[in-house]
Design a protein around this ligand. Sequence first.
Ligand code: BMA
Length: 341
Amino acid sequence: MAEALGTRTVSGGSTNGSVGPAIPWQDRPAGSKALVWRHRENPVIPRAPMPGVQGIYNSAVTPFGDGFAAVFRLEKTDRFPRLHVGWSEDALDWQIEPEPVVFSNWTDAPSHYAYDPRVTAIDGEYIVQWCGGHNGPTISLARTKDFRTFERLENAFLPFNRNGVLFPRKINGNYYMLSRPSDNGHTPFGDIYLSESPNLVHWGRHRFVMGKGGDQVGQWWQRTKIGAGPVPIETPEGWVMIYHGVIDTCNGFVYSMGVAILDLDEPWRVLYRTNQHVLTPEAPYEVSGHVPNVVFPVAALHDQPTGRLAIYYGAADTCTALAYTNLNELIEFTKANSAVF
Ligand code: BMA
């Protein structure tokens, strides 16, 4: 049973410290020593939450008003990924808009797919980042205040790029966004980079942040590619960046979850990085689905007074799942089990 919580301070990609709704939470199962444990009723959003839908995964959730808003990657039976807004009081039960997001100032061409959205609360508005198809995948952006009207910004980068993740505040006066340059297909490589912008339009000062693992560093779980996940969480120890790491196997890619801590003022500097995954596909809904063996973290809700963290992740490119941890424990584990390379 999820324990009942009162109103708490919540930062889900927001660092404004505003009082927000109670985030989902279940205690670590009795007898378990797991650092990260799964919501017992996973998947929180099943593969077909409404008629004509066959997948909803890799999606962003954020505190909004008295409850929560989401931007979902939703696929109907044409299997074409689009962004759909969702509303929830408890971040567990969702009302999902049947029609995709429409932009006030931009008409998406029919070829413009949209997937793997993130949402960053910053300066009193929400910036949505996703992988959009514009003659190849790249990072698209839009701003909203109410999740009803969305204004498109110019694409941040040239194709090919994925996993754009905007920090929740300016650093030294500029916006910062992580990304993972890629190719036009099922990219068999990939490292995390950081770019800077004064205005969310012009991006530059691109810096390497961290690379995939491999034989030299004894890191096979992340040997093929890595990509940033939820909006980084600001802590006194640095920015906590949850990310995915991928191994190629004779049965395809396997996506797991890892953690890094980045310097607060120079976030291209990696202070710590887990030398092992902290969640890997094991549950039936993670090992079986449209793409088996995928745990793909994209959003995190943080309850500052308790340190509770609820992490949303796409499972097997099919449904949406939830896992829990304690942020302080996650940081301590990352520091104690770190390999920076
Ligand atoms: C990546 C993206 C993700 C997907 C993952 C696993 O390249 O396409 O949307 O979850 O592959 O299939």
